[in-house]
Design a protein around this ligand. Structure first.
Ligand code: SAM
Ligand code: ASE
Length: 347
């Protein structure tokens, strides 16, 4: 990496990186206070004082927040009769308002509260080489998902975060391969059913069973999957302890990156045993480049896996080796160009 003389003279890149969390927290605060929602509900542009009044904040604080949001191009400002009036940009209307079908509101809540808090302990996580949920969450549980699901609200926030990814990348990952030859599909750790819904939309003849922990499925039924979705079935279980039923295709989306190598081998071995001959396994994960030089999203997610889980992000060839170790063959990798990619293998 060669930097120009000018870049060495003035470290703009480093200054931007230092400000990274200031940018994040500014956007998070505007979401938490309901700025984008208010501007959407009201339809007419509002003054800073009116927004402060309606959202019960200080006038001065709100004015600075709105100004920073304009700088970040999350809001637009227009002068009318000497008064500055604020309105949403298209981007914030589509992604930052709570009621939008493509909202990131809940992911933002999770980033702002949980991930931000965990990253305060990144240095400790790197020193110790292990997750920090005891420090970050104040829980003593050594069971990963017991810590992540320490309250019903936290479980719901996590599920919302998981769900919102698939509004953006779901179609790409389920259509990366033609899965129309698989009719009986199990989504292991299927969580909110977002991938299951995408499968059924892309392959109307398929039937997808969401396999997850009982309390997760209870929440999925309550908040995410409607009774009318007859092609979606539920199977309660612990995929390490309980049997996994026979099927044509097993989807594991963001499962392997949560667990250490030995657990991944254990789970995939179990899946290989019950998989029908000719059946397959579809891994959906953020992939590191083979040279590990990027993408930056996957590199940062791997740090997040360190602070929060027992796992890490891998390269496609690392997943390939894992799949081959447990007896899968005919491996194919498809990159979607978005965060998440797909790997298909056959029994
Ligand atoms: N596949 C979903 C997605 O990509 O949006 C969710 C991924 S989330 C990181 C991991 C999922 O595995 C959670 O829904 C969690 O409840 C589930 N899970 C964790 N441990 C499990 C276990 N022992 N048995 C079954 N499901 C489990
Ligand atoms: C997990 C995925 C996530 C476990 C904990 C998690 C994500 C956030 N926390 O399997 C989604 C990916 N985003 C990041 C920042 O890693």
């Amino acid at each position: 990496m060669e930097y120009s003389k000018q870049e060495l003279e003035y470290p703009q890149k480093l200054l931007n990186y230092m400000d990274g969390f200031l940018v994040s927290k500014t956007m998070f605060s505007a979401c938490e206070l309901g700025v984008f929602d208010l501007l959407q509900e009201d339809t007419v542009p509002l003054s800073s004082d009116a927004i402060a009044d309606r959202l019960c904040t200080s006038a001065d604080g709100m004015e600075r927040l709105l100004s920073a949001c304009v700088g970040l191009q999350l809001l637009e400002v227009n002068e009318r009769q000497g008064e500055a009036l604020y309105s949403n940009t298209d981007l914030s209307r589509i992604y930052l308002t709570k009621a939008s079908p493509r909202t990131l509101h809940y992911s933002i809540a999770y980033y702002s509260q949980t991930i931000y808090n965990c990253f305060s302990y990144l240095t400790d996580a790197i020193r110790e080489g292990k997750n920090q949920y005891e420090r970050a969450f104040g829980v003593s549980s050594h069971q990963l998902f017991e810590a992540l699901y320490r309250s019903e609200q936290e479980m719901l926030n996590f599920m919302q975060l998981m769900n919102s990814t698939w509004n953006m990348c779901g179609k790409d990952v389920v259509t990366a391969f033609d899965l129309s030859s698989f009719t009986d599909i199990f989504d292991l750790g299927g969580c909110t059913g977002a991938i299951a819904k995408e499968c059924i939309a892309a392959y109307p003849q398929s039937r997808v069973t969401i396999y997850d922990l009982p309390k997760v499925l209870e929440m999925a039924r309550k908040h995410f999957v409607s009774q009318d979705e007859k092609q979606i079935l539920f199977h309660e279980g612990d995929f390490f302890k309980d049997p996994i039923p026979e099927a044509d295709l097993y989807i594991l989306a963001r499962i392997l990156h949560d667990w250490p190598q030995d657990k991944c081998v254990e789970l995939l071995t179990k899946v290989n045993k019950v998989c029908k001959p000719g059946g397959g396994v579809l891994l959906i994960e953020a992939l590191l480049n083979e040279d590990r030089k990027g993408p930056i999203t996957a590199q940062l997610y791997s740090l997040n896996m360190l602070v929060q889980t027992e796992g890490k992000e891998h390269t496609a060839s690392e997943y390939a080796k894992l799949l081959e170790t447990v007896g899968f063959k005919d491996l194919q990798v498809r990159r979607t160009g978005k965060i998440y990619n797909a790997i298909l293998a056959r029994k």
